[in-house]
Ligand binder design. Sequence first.
Ligand code: NAD
Length: 249
Amino acid sequence: MELLKGKVAVVTGGTRGIGYSIVEEYLKNGATVVLCGSRKESADKAVESLKKTNSKFKVEGIYPNLTDYKSVEEAINYVAKKYGKVDILVNNAGVSARESIYDYKVEDFDNVIALNVNAVFYATKAVAPIMKANGGGVIINTSSMVSIYGQPAGCAYPASKFAVNGLTKSLARELAPDHIRVNAVAPGVTNTDMVANLPEAMREGICKTIPLGRIGEPVDVANAFVYLASDMAAYVTGEILSVDGCARS
Ligand code: NAD
């Protein structure tokens, strides 16, 4: 069943990890997808790899500077002009942090907030009038389980994801009258580059804290993004959907 047939989606951070899997599942479900990468090379490589999976996939790669409002606005307007609309926006690009407060450089804190929070606001601000004019749309943000529990280092990262939840819940209320649903997915530890460098002992330790007994795969998370983007979630807005194997730490 193609749950997103005829839909046009923009997915930030779509070149690898969770974002790449979201793009792939959206394409399999019949959407046209414009993925955003941080560089031309990574965007082109992701598109090439997706086309290898299925040459009929309707996918394009772009590389706006997500931390610059003008660049984001231009990118969203480009997609709307080329494809006639934007039905789905996925704000997924993000960076993590592990610095201790004693060593934290102010600019490192600011960089995390710029991408994980400001860019979510920028893309939402740029797309909302387009969705409103088209009769509605769906915005889905990537949060994290740390938005519920915090984490013992790299405080910019959980702070940014608490902010993502705040944007999600507030914008869901603000945009509901315009038929724009706003939700977030809060993944637990997921098998991407973000966690690839963890030592094996630490991965095993993490698995012990997860009742389902394993680290999540990107597709586990991407499936939640398919559901929330589809009409199956037509009455769901303002939700932070945990996809974490019931991890609670
Ligand atoms: P990843 O490092 O594999 O991918 C990150 C994506 O963000 C890439 O596509 C990259 O191009 C993009 N990106 C990074 N910096 C960028 C920048 N400055 N400008 C534009 N794009 C940039 O990470 P991932 O694990 O797939 O993470 C995706 C999202 O999931 C993030 O928001 C992350 O916070 C969240 N998340 C991940 C985990 C996990 O365990 N992997 C858990 C919870 C939440």
